[in-house]
Design a binder for this molecule. Structure first.
Ligand SMILES: Cc1cc2nc3c(=O)[nH]c(=O)nc-3n(C[C@H](O)[C@H](O)[C@H](O)COP(=O)(O)OP(=O)(O)OC[C@H]3O[C@@H](n4cnc5c(N)ncnc54)[C@H](O)[C@@H]3O)c2cc1C
Length: 376
């Protein structure tokens, strides 16, 4: 009897979506799976703040993808994908191409630096990049130990990332008895409060945590320029800084030149109800790089949680495609939000369940460990 050849599945991106998909397909048997990632690591972005303040070692936030893929019966290629030829079914890298039967694009997003802020290029460093992250961590440690007054860390962006970084730094200053005259933390958010568009329960508990830890909050004015270690606000206020974090938002990177493939202004791919490209049904798009909407047609916020859910759904739908079964519709919704409020404090809103303090911290760490344990 002639043995049927395995189908080739290529996954671009070893983030939350890509690695979850690989784990789900571990026992599938009838697929040859290759993961391509531009770095050797899977970066646990949700714990970046714990690493930056020196509480978590690098090995706990960056996991080796070669080891991970081997453990899960897949191959790994450390390379950057520059384009995709959807008609020839080929992924293009610098010196080589790789053909596929099925393709998954899960390339995530990078930090977004709006050009409306004058001179922003000089300070555009992406915390999602490992080398930048390491430099930021060293710079923070250096600043803690430098004996001089009026030092300041400016964090621009009062969303989830900015908040968690600001609070973790402020907690470190408290633990080390460093006064705000010596080193202060300034959080700049143009909207009237932290965590724009989030539930009031999360907002009020997070604002209180910021105030309790002495974070200086600047609300209601946008940043117009960054120059000479100063942030200039639209009301002409100036904030000096020794270290600056621009965590204003994210946007995906456009790397596909095929004009027939539709993308939105954030370079996210427009997908069908099964997370596939509408005109290339063998291509699935997952995580931050996919534009998805809820039942009411509102855009779903891209999160690690959603990327993992996409990974699980895609595993089912890829196997169903290979085996000729019906596919499952994407009706995934965000299950909740969990925010670290520094140290062993957090606030969670999981459906109707509200949690804060130590219990919230324990639940957040438990959920996070479900992801990181995949790599251990
Ligand atoms: C500081 C911070 C805190 C966050 N906190 C939370 C939180 O508490 N909860 C939550 O749910 N979400 C949080 N998020 C968001 C979450 O991290 C993202 O939504 C999630 O990482 C998206 O997963 P993904 O798989 O789509 O992409 P990613 O995890 O970004 O992975 C994409 C991968 O693709 C690779 N790649 C990109 N382009 C190419 C290419 N051309 N060729 C080859 N490889 C490529 C990248 O190297 C990367 O490994 C946070 C993000 C940040 C930055």
């Amino acid at each position: 009897m002639i043995k049927k050849e395995n189908k080739k599945l290529v996954i671009i991106g070893g983030g939350y979506a890509g690695t979850t998909l690989i784990k789900q397909l571990k026992k599938s048997g009838n697929l040859d799976i290759t993961l391509i990632n531009e770095t050797p690591f899977h970066l646990v972005q949700t714990d970046i703040h714990k690493y930056l303040c020196g509480d978590t070692p690098f090995e706990e936030i960056a996991f080796d993808l070669e080891t991970y893929t081997k453990k899960n019966n897949a191959k790994f290629l450390c390379s950057k994908v520059n384009d995709i030829d959807f008609d020839k079914k080929e992924v293009k890298m610098d010196d080589s191409t790789l053909s596929y039967d099925y393709l998954v694009i899960a390339t995530g997003a990078k930090s977004f630096f709006p050009r409306q802020i004058k001179n922003i290029e000089e300070y555009s460093q992406d915390i999602k990049e490992v080398d930048t992250l390491k430099n930021f961590k060293d710079d923070f440690a250096k600043l803690l130990n430098e004996k001089r007054s009026n030092k300041n860390i400016a964090i621009v962006g009062g969303g989830l990332s900015g908040i968690e970084i600001a609070l973790e730094f402020a907690q470190k200053l408290k633990e080390k008895n460093i006064s705000s005259d010596e080193l202060s933390i300034s959080l700049i958010e143009q909207l009237p409060d932290v965590l724009p568009n989030m539930d009031p329960y999360l907002v009020s508990n997070t604002s209180k945590a910021c105030d309790d830890l002495g974070i200086k909050r600047f609300h209601g004015n946008f940043v117009s320029e960054v120059r000479d270690n100063k942030v200039f606000l639209s009301n002409k206020e100036e904030i000096n800084f020794d270290l600056i974090f621009l965590v204003i938002g994210v946007s995906s990177v456009k790397f596909v030149t095929d004009e027939n493939v539709k993308i939105n202004v954030k370079n996210q791919f427009i997908v069908d109800e099964y997370l596939r490209l509408p005109n290339h049904k063998e291509v699935f798009v997952l995580g931050d790089v996919a534009e998805t909407k809820d039942k009411e047609g509102k855009y779903i916020l891209p999160t690690a949680q959603m990327a993992k859910l996409h990974g699980k759904l895609a595993a089912v739908n890829i196997l169903n495609t290979v085996n000729g079964y019906d596919l499952t519709v994407n009706d995934l919704e965000t299950k909740g939000v969990m925010i670290d409020l520094a140290g062993k404090n957090a606030v969670n809103l999981l459906g109707f369940v509200k949690l804060k303090g130590y219990m919230a911290y324990v639940v957040k760490r438990f959920i996070s460990s479900l992801h990181t344990n995949m790599f251990k």
